[in-house]
Structures are given as C-alpha cells and as structure tokens.
Design a protein around this ligand. Structure first.
Ligand code: AP5
Ligand code: MG
Length: 215
C-alpha cells in the first residue's frame, strides 16, 4: 500500500495518519516531523530547514527529496508507506515517481483532504502536539484528558512555532501556489481521491478507510 496524504496545513494529515497507522501496519513518513526532529537535534539539516519553516516557506527540493529517498530505502518501507506532506511541488512528485520506478513501485492512492481556510486558521491556533510520540491534539476540538500531557505516552504537549497567524497565512499561500497543481498531476495518473476534511476526524477516517480497503 503506497499512499500519499495531501492537503493544506491543518487539513488533518497528521491526525488521519495516526488513525491509518493504527489500522494498517505501514510506516508514516512525515517530512514536517523529520525536519522538526532535525531542528530539535540541532543538526545541519535542522539549521537549514528551520530558516524556511519559520517563515512558512518550503525547504528546497534537493534537500527534501534526498531525505525522503533515504527513508524510502529503509526495509520497513518494502511493503508500503504512508507519505504525509510529501510531495509538495511538481519537482518532488516527479522525483518520487523516479525513485519508485527504480523499485518497480508506484503510488496507488493520493488522498487529498480539503478544508476551508477559515477552519484551518481556527484549528491551527488550538493545535498542540506530543514532543515524544508526535500525537496531535487540539485544545478546542480534541483536547487531551490532562492539559499539556499526551494521553498516549504521557509526553509533554507543545505548540509548534510555525502555528502563529502570520506563518500560517504564508503556509496557506505556498500551498495554493506550489502544492495545489499536484492535484491534477495525480488526477492524470488516476490515483487522486478527494475527501471532505471539514467533519469530525472519525467521519473523515471512515471515508479514507473505505478507499484503503481496496488495497
Ligand atoms: P508540515 O509539518 O507537513 O505541516 P503542514 O503541511 O503545514 O501541515 P500540518 O502538520 O500543519 O497540518 P496537518 O494537516 O498534519 O493537520 P493536523 O492533523 O496536525 O510542514 C511544516 C513545514 O515543514 C512546512 O511549512 C515546510 O517549511 C517544511 N516541509 C514539510 N514538508 C515539506 C516538503 N515536502 N517540502 C518542502 N518543505 C517541507 O491537524 C491540525 C489541527 O486540527 C490539530 O489540532 C488537530 O487536532 C485538529 N484537527 C485535525 N482534524 C480535525 C477534524 N476533522 N476536526 C477538528 N479538528 C481537527
Ligand atoms: Mg502534520
């Protein structure tokens, strides 16, 4: 099962990825999580990525494609993977196709979660994530049982530095300009599925599960 989760910032990609992971044993590959881990560790990659992430811009393709290619070569991706937040540019999508072609694989479904801008802004202001297991919560829509503590692992919850209103607006603009064209890229490959993300997360997951049952 080779799947891509697409959608604007705050569409619920991470939230749905957690539900998918719990139902299907495939690795969840989030380039955003990978960059945030590198920032946290203070590596060269992290220092480079932080410059772009803080302003809501995309990390350059050559950097991003390299880390995904390396990740997809890991043994746990042999029988499938769930990409979250990659690809985000036509260059990344073309590079991904080339990598997969070499391994005799292809993308089987590109699931695009759509949510109106005003809902996104509201969601982002309330998002908190676990430092340890990356679980995603929302102080308004999906709070943890104990404020500031992850229900799943007891880790500390934090607010992402790129969730301020200015950076979120930039991320939305970047999504529309650079990532939206990918919808027609995957439509042409007959693998695009659009899902209405402006409903309860469990309702959104029901639709995604129906799609994934085919594989
Ligand atoms: P990344 O981490 O990928 O961020 P993003 O795409 O902007 O998406 P988010 O993670 O913000 O949102 P999400 O869709 O996962 O929503 P979530 O489930 O958390 O990227 C960050 C940065 O890294 C980029 O700006 C860029 O700089 C860089 N980067 C990453 N990938 C790159 C690439 N490929 N190329 C270049 N640069 C790259 O949900 C959001 C909130 O809403 C949560 O609080 C959640 O609880 C709540 N929520 C979710 N679903 C629902 C629902 N159905 N109803 C109510 N609330 C909900
Ligand atoms: Mg995410």
């Amino acid at each position: 099962m080779n799947i891509i989760l697409m959608g604007p910032p705050g569409a619920g990609k991470g939230t749905q990825a957690e539900l998918i992971k719990a139902a299907y044993p495939i690795p969840h590959i989030s380039t955003g999580d990978m960059f945030r881990a590198a920032v946290g560790q203070g590596t060269e990659l992290g220092k480079e990525a932080k410059k772009y992430m803080d302003s809501g811009k995309l990390v350059p393709d050559e950097v991003t494609i390299g880390i995904v290619e390396e990740r997809l070569a890991q043994p746990d991706c042999a029988t499938g993977f769930l990409l979250d937040g990659f690809p985000r540019t036509t260059g990344q999508a073309q590079a991904l196709d080339k990598v997969l072609e070499k391994q005799n694989k292809k993308i089987e479904a590109a699931i695009s979660i759509s949510v109106p801008d005003e809902i996104i802004i509201e969601r982002m202001s309330g998002r908190v994530s676990c430092k340890e297991c990356k679980a995603v919560y929302n102080i308004k829509f999906n709070p943890s049982i104990k404020a500031g503590i992850c229900d799943k692992c007891g880790g500390e919850l934090f607010q992402r530095s790129d969730d301020n209103i200015e950076t979120v607006s930039n991320r939305l603009a970047v999504y529309k300009e650079q990532t939206n064209p990918l919808l027609s890229y995957y439509q042409k490959q007959n693998v695009l599925h659009e899902v209405n993300g402006n409903r309860d997360a469990s309702e959104v997951f029901k639709d995604i599960k129906k799609l994934l049952e085919r594989f």
